[in-house]
Design a protein around this ligand. Structure first.
Ligand SMILES: Nc1ncnc2c1ncn2[C@@H]1O[C@H](COP(=O)(O)OP(=O)(O)OP(=O)(O)O)[C@@H](O)[C@H]1O
Ligand SMILES: [Mg+2]
Length: 493
């Protein structure tokens, strides 16, 4: 089992590492593409700029040379050298002048006793045909460029001028820029990669922790809490996770408590019934009166069991949010009905009930829930009263709410227990409550029902002795159309 867990954990980590590599790979690829663009674009455009500058300058100079040479009567080595000297073409590697047949009349390399750059024959041949051609090539060493223009006299080609240049200076500048951009790019690339790795490892580490915790929660360990730092999305996720586990923990604790309380409460009457029934079976000579007494006790305990299961079902219905839609209900009528049913109990306990009800008080609730609330409050006021005691029930409109007060002159509830009486199975005096047939569920049902119908329930002490429960519920629209008014209206036309 543990091996299986470890294997699953490793697989999960592997998947996250995969995600990490994918993320780092993608961002690095993006950075590399961007830097490649940054590397090629400025170099390419400055190279193009140099090319076009060279084309203009060299074509112009070759053109000037060609027109100066065209004005000579006769093209000879000496006359050509004289003209070219005036034009100051010293920056060229090689200057060639040919006649109309392509024979070299002047060669600057031969003048200086050097071999020089091999001339481009094709360019000279094109010049022979009357066309100008320019070519330039960039290497890390230099810009190699040449131009060939025809020498025209009376629109006739009488020769060609060929200029060849090797420019190391401009090439040096561009190569310098290129290498600087490359160094900066490599630096940015390394920085981006490091930042990427750091960020993703921080992020995935927190996600792995959170995922491992979620797994433990799924296995039932709700004590897991994520250490949240910062304000980012993972921290927010962590905070939500903590809220969830906190809630799960509380709910689980309540559930366990409820199950243990419920089984304990159910156990007592079942044990009593078993014991009483067993005594009857075991004791063959038991007299009829004792048997009747035992069976009466069995019936009493069965009634308790039945009441408790009904209350538990009510609570479970409310826990499921299975509460009826709030409709206008006549609270005055419901109160009168509940009190009427409790009359025998009040007579038995010698407790007087006084009603002070505003007629036709309409609230928004369901009749069933409202009945449970009123019945339990009045029943408690009778049960936990003293002989000759009093119970007063009042019903009044208070703004947009209806306010009901159930006041008694009974034993009262100590201040430190007033909060707890709405908890399930809570009883101040267990023995007295059990004797009165209670299980400590009535007030928690009343509390849940009132809250679900957007009401409030409070408890306070009454001087010199007793307790007052105050319930408020949203006021409903007046129910004018009763059965009687409809019938009356029909006969009156
Ligand atoms: N009017 C009251 N005066 C004094 N104590 C009260 C009063 N109402 C409730 N209590 C105390 O609060 C406890 C909880 O009341 P609740 O109605 O939930 O349970 P119960 O009456 O014991 O049982 P059940 O209502 O389920 O039959 C009671 O056991 C009792 O100790
Ligand atoms: Mg009760």
């Amino acid at each position: 089992m543990q091996n299986k867990n470890k294997k699953a954990k490793r697989n999960f980590r592997k998947r996250l590492t995969g995600v990490r590599f994918k993320f780092v790979g993608l961002t690095t690829a993006l950075v590399v593409v961007l830097l490649a663009l940054l590397n090629s674009y400025p170099v390419q455009s400055s190279r193009d700029m140099v090319f076009s500058e060279k084309q203009t300058a060299m074509t112009n100079q070759a053109g000037t040379a060609a027109s100066s040479l065209a004005s000579l009567d006769h093209l000879s080595r000496e006359s050509i050298a004289e003209v070219l000297n005036l034009l100051e073409l010293d920056n060229y590697e090689r200057v060639l002048v040919t006649n109309e047949k392509g024979r070299v009349l002047y060669d600057s390399a031969a003048e200086e006793n050097q071999t020089g750059q091999q001339p481009e024959i094709k360019a000279i041949a094109r010049a022979m045909e009357g066309k100008t051609s320019f070519y330039s090539r960039f290497t890390s060493e230099a810009f190699f460029s040449h131009v060939a223009v025809p020498i025209l006299r009376d629109a006739k080609v009488i020769g060609a001028v060929y200029l060849d240049e090797k420019d190391e200076e401009q090439a040096g500048i561009i190569t310098g820029i290129q290498s600087r951009i490359r160094t900066i790019s490599a630096f940015i690339c390394i920085l981006a990669l490091l930042a990427d790795i750091l960020m993703t490892s921080l992020l995935t580490k927190r996600i792995v922790t959170l995922a491992e915790m979620t797994k433990k929660v799924a296995e039932g360990d709700y004590s897991q809490r994520f250490l949240t730092q910062g304000e980012d999305e993972v921290a927010e996720l962590g905070r939500e996770f903590n809220r969830l586990t906190q809630r799960l923990e509380t709910t689980e604790k309540q559930r366990r408590q409820f199950v243990s309380d419920a089984s304990h409460e159910l156990k007592t009457p079942i044990a009593a019934i078993t014991l009483l029934a067993d005594s009857i079976v075991q004791n063959e000579n038991m007299d009829e009166e004792t048997i009747r007494e035992f069976v009466t006790d069995i019936v009493h305990e069965s009634n308790r069991l039945q009441k408790m299961t009904e209350e538990l079902l009510d609570l479970s219905r409310m826990d499921d949010g299975n509460i009826g839609k709030s409709v206008p209900v006549n609270m005055t009528k419901v109160t009168e009905e509940a009190v009427a049913l409790l009359k025998p109990l009040s007579s038995e306990q010698n407790v007087e009930i006084k009603l002070d009800l505003e007629p036709d008080s309409i609230v928004l609730a369901t009749e069933n829930d409202l009945y449970h609330v009123v019945f339990n409050l009045v029943e408690n006021a009778i049960k936990y009263n003293v002989p000759e005691g009093k119970v007063t029930v009042t019903l009044r409109t208070a703004g947009d709410r209806i306010r009901m007060e159930v006041e008694d002159t009974g034993i009262g509830i100590p201040e430190n227990e007033r909060e707890s009486i709405f908890h399930r199975f809570y009883r101040v005096d267990k023995a007295r409550s059990r004797e009165a047939g209670g299980s400590g569920l009535g007030l928690s049902i009343a509390h849940d029902a009132v809250l679900q119908h957007r009401g409030t329930i409070e408890v306070e002490e009454v001087e010199p002795q007793g307790t007052r429960f105050i319930v408020t519920l949203p006021k409903g629209p007046p129910c004018t159309a009763t059965k009687e008014t409809i019938v009356e209206g029909f006969f009156n036309g």
